[in-house]
Design a protein around this ligand. Structure first.
Ligand SMILES: C[S@@+](CC[C@H](N)C(=O)[O-])C[C@H]1O[C@@H](n2cnc3c(N)ncnc32)[C@H](O)[C@@H]1O
Ligand code: SF4
Length: 415
């Protein structure tokens, strides 16, 4: 796959493209009030992950290896070019546990020599020693959720905050052995000002990250933050600030060599997250661990968001057909580089759609978007790229794309 700045073309059309492997670690120290990802807060449940021998780790590693074994058939036929240890807080896993999982992956599948292998996690874990250990076991990339350096906002959201670790994390990363590191920031915390966010941004940029994810805070249903906003005891995200910053970010980050390649993601050219590009290019992937998802190009599965249920039966999640008319726009429209209509046609075909009709409907829609100022077209009209107006209200564009496909392919609309 090419991941250069202008071209995010996928391996669609390739008979047996390389795939991504996602490992979901379901524990965090504390559960952040805004987070709807599947994870259990260890401190609030009175449990602790202290080392490779702790009960949760042993059970997680055992379940993971069992799931890997059970999915060996789907894995054996594929080459894996990205592994992503996410969560939850995957950085709570000792390096030796990650190494054991990677060894098992190498036994079950063909792991590409140059595979991107990411460990995601939180500032308190990525000490100089841990980074060294991760480097020694072959981790090529780390991604650290900073969110903000302002402890007041983090503590208001029940996020674990260790002031010393926040003070030293950027230096540890910059001087550490894994130069391909990414940072995450969130903007729009209740009461956050533009100056506060710009201070967070400046600190991150001075560390010269290869990758920066900048998320707009959302109040996700079923989270304590959402409930607090509903009850009127917490303020909603700062929406005006979010709109202002969303528009400003590409220009703020360009001088640092970070180009906008996905709605919330910026990277140096060549450092785009290969693993996440598998999702956005609508390519197959395998997910392991409680709450993880997998996709073989036509069928999806979702492991239970329940640790005990997953441990009891780690690979029995039912398969369900995908909805390509909805799912392809949902993923591909997130890309901010040139989106190739040829690539879309290949993805539609391998997803089981009538590729000729899907391409015709999409070409018509893209031409309309171009007239309305939502996107630009390259001279031969075969690739399009969002203009700021298209990105600002992307949900509406995605809905239009889905309904065009649904209507032109005569697919009954989902209930
Ligand atoms: C689920 S976390 C996992 C990584 C790590 N535990 C952390 O907190 O950074 C991945 C990213 O999702 C972001 N995220 C989770 N819930 C969010 C929300 N409601 N609004 C915006 N970003 C959110 C996190 O802040 C983080 O950057
Ligand atoms: S640490 Fe990360 S995964 Fe865990 S609750 Fe907070 S945002 Fe979610």
């Amino acid at each position: 796959m090419q991941t250069g700045s202008g071209d995010l073309s996928s391996a669609a059309g390739n008979e047996n493209p390389a795939i991504g492997l996602y490992v979901h670690f379901p524990y965090c120290l504390q559960k952040c009030a805004y987070c709807d990802f599947f994870s259990v807060g260890l401190l609030s449940s009175g449990k602790q992950v202290k080392g490779a021998g702790s009960e949760q780790l042993v059970r997680f590693a055992t379940g993971l290896l069992a799931e890997l074994d059970a999915r060996a058939e789907s894995l054996s036929a594929r080459t894996i070019d990205s592994v992503y240890f996410g969560g939850g807080t995957a950085s709570l896993m000792p390096a030796e546990v990650i190494a054991r999982i990677l060894d098992a992956v190498r036994t079950s599948a063909s792991l590409a020599q140059e595979a991107e292998i990411t460990v995601e996690g939180n500032p308190e874990n990525f000490t100089g020693d841990y980074l060294k250990q991760l480097h020694e076991i072959g981790i090529t990339r780390v991604n650290v959720g900073i969110q903000t350096f302002n402890g007041r906002h983090l503590e208001a959201m029940n996020r674990f905050f260790n002031e010393e670790r926040y003070a030293s994390i950027l230096e540890d990363l910059s001087s550490g052995p894994i130069s391909n590191f990414g940072l995450d920031l969130i903007y729009g915390f209740p009461g956050q000002s533009r100056t506060e966010f710009e201070n967070d941004l400046r600190r991150c940029l001075e560390a010269r990250p290869a990758h920066l994810s900048v998320y707009s805070l959302t109040a996700e249903e079923n989270t304590p933050y959402y409930a607090a906003v509903e009850r009127g005891v917490e303020k909603a995200p700062e929406e005006d600030l979010q709109c202002e910053l969303f528009e400003a970010l590409p220009a703020l980050l360009r001088p640092y060599g970070l180009h906008h390649y996905e709605v919330s993601n910026f990277a140096r050219s060549g450092s785009e997250c290969r693993h996440n590009l598998h999702y956005w290019n609508y390519e197959p992937y395998i997910g392991l661990g409680p709450g993880a998802h997998g996709f073989d190009g036509r069928l999806r599965y979702a492991n239970p968001r329940n640790i005990a249920a997953w441990e009891a039966a780690p690979a029995v999640a039912p398969l369900a057909p995908h909805e390509p008319q909805n799912d392809i726009p949902l993923m591909m429209a997130r890309l901010c580089g040139w989106i190739s209509l040829d690539q879309f046609r290949d993805v539609a075909r391998s997803g089981g759609l009538d590729a000729v009709a899907a391409l015709k409907a999409t070409r018509r829609l893209v031409q309309n978007w171009n007239r309305q100022g939502y996107c630009e077209l390259n001279p031969d009209g075969e690739r399009f790229r969002w203009r700021p107006a298209g990105l600002l209200d992307l949900d509406s564009r995605i809905a239009e794309w889905s309904s065009e496909l649904t209507a032109s392919l005569a697919i009954p609309a989902s209930p």
